[in-house]
Design a protein around this ligand. Structure first.
Ligand code: AMP
Ligand code: GLY
Length: 418
């Protein structure tokens, strides 16, 4: 098979590593890829979807897999399907589940899927009136895509009103904040649960936990995610059953009824409160760094999983996972998440090991050397028969990575090990 992967992060690198384990995957292409994906395949610099579809046709690409949300929200899957190309990723209509938090919340409400009590509005008065009915903390979210920054957890009603006002007048997030979702604060623990969907059928992956805050003990600002592990023992059979019955099944049915049949990754940001599952948010793609810990656990061939999902045949697949755990520690650059850092040369003593590897993300190549040029530079992934063994393997690998200003959290997977 020839496979094209759209994206440039650690998530896409991890998908590529899983595909590389398949004997039937012959060639990999990345659009645009990063300074390490060129060692796994060929980086292509084509941004326009029509031109990329032409490239896929010319090269007889069998399957395209889309990593990030932006091209999905912009309709890449629709363009590829128009050209009769096989693509794994949701349509533009289905991507609204991530592209608009107001659409997502209204969808959950219409289909009776458990979520925090909310309103969505573009009126400051309506926002304030609803805030007055809630007890602090209060959650205020910009409707549109804000690269993970559009959520404010306000400690008081006044703070919530200020946040809503500055979103609605366009100050904080421009057009993305012209509509807001105000919702009650749910106090529980979070899980990242992924369902691979083919429009009708689905396969649930082992539940993961992300670590959104920059610093140990969940302190500091929110980030894209500083580490993840899977499977988490915090997800028991009852939680998986609730996710299937009350979340995934009604979502696939509802999306089909609404004319936006769901083929792609459904990322359920779940909050568990008193053993009950609530949907905090949907994303229409894999989480990053969750993907980096899930892909190494796949026993089933990754190309078969994504190809069958893209072609509506997931019912034929018996999806299997290794009886192991994976822990991923994100190594970030000095000024992440505040501002871009100067590119720094990376020195890695990355000898191949059975139980650890690097998933490269914000890296580029200059004159044959690899440089850290992004916020989240790479992920050290460890696997093992226990979470502790996997974590030890991941942290052993961090000791072999050197670049100026490199930083990482020291407590990834603490929830499972306390
Ligand atoms: P979101 O982008 O909607 O997932 O929000 C980002 C983060 O804000 C989530 O991962 C949670 O940690 C937090 N959050 C969002 N909504 C709520 C809520 N209703 N209650 C508590 N925490 C929330
Ligand atoms: N790690 C969370 C996300 O990808 O949105």
């Amino acid at each position: 098979m020839k496979i094209l992967i759209v994206g440039s992060g650690g998530r896409e690198y991890a998908i590529a590593l899983a595909l590389k384990r398949d004997e039937n995957v012959k060639n990999l292409y990345f659009a645009p890829g990063n300074g390490a994906t060129d060692e796994l395949g060929v980086n292509i610099d084509i941004k326009d979807f029509e031109k990329l579809a032409e490239f896929a046709k010319k090269e007889s690409i069998d399957l395209t897999i889309v990593g990030p949300e932006t091209p999905l929200v912009e309709g890449i899957a629709d363009v590829f399907k128009k050209h009769n190309l096989t693509i794994f990723g949701v349509s533009k209509d289905a991507a609204k589940l991530e592209g608009s938090k107001a659409f997502m919340k209204d969808f959950l409400f219409r289909h009776n899927i458990p979520t925090a009590k909310y309103i969505q509005t573009s009126s400051v008065k309506k926002a304030n009136d609803f805030i007055d009915t809630l007890i602090a903390p209060i959650v205020v979210k910009a409707d549109g895509l804000c690269a993970g920054k559009g959520v404010i957890i306000a400690k008081s009603k006044d703070e919530a009103k200020d946040a809503a006002k500055s979103m609605l007048n366009g100050e904080s997030f421009g057009n993305a904040g012209k509509n807001v979702v105000i919702e009650e604060f749910l106090d529980g623990f979070e899980l990242s649960i992924f369902a691979i969907c083919d429009g009708e059928n689905y396969k649930i992956l082992p539940a993961a936990q992300d670590h959104k805050r920059l610093l140990d003990n969940d302190e500091g600002p929110n980030t894209g995610g500083m580490g993840a592990y899977a499977p988490t023992p915090l997800a028991n059979d009852d939680i998986y059953t609730q996710v299937e019955e009350f979340v995934v099944k009604p979502t696939l049915k509802g999306m089909k009824e609404e004319g936006a049949s769901y083929t792609g990754v459904l990322f359920i940001g779940a909050m568990i409160v008193d053993k009950k599952v609530y949907v905090l948010e949907y994303n229409v793609r894999f989480g990053d760094p969750e993907c980096e810990v899930l892909m190494p656990l796949l026993k089933t061939s990754a190309s078969e999983l994504f190809y069958k999902a893209a072609t509506g045949r997931l019912n034929e697949l018996d999806l299997k996972f290794k009886d192991e755990f994976a822990v991923g520690v994100v190594v970030a650059s000095k000024d992440y998440p505040y501002k871009n850092s100067e590119p720094k040369i990376i020195d890695i003593d990355d000898k191949k090991s059975e139980c650890s590897h690097v998933a490269y993300a914000g890296v580029c190549k200059k004159e044959g050397s690899m440089y850290a040029n992004g916020g989240r530079v790479l992920v050290c992934v460890g696997t093992g028969k226990s979470i502790k063994a996997a974590r030890d393997n991941a942290y052993d690998l961090t000791k072999k990575i050197f670049f100026e200003g490199a930083k990482f959290r020291n407590d990834i997977a603490y929830q499972a090990l306390k």
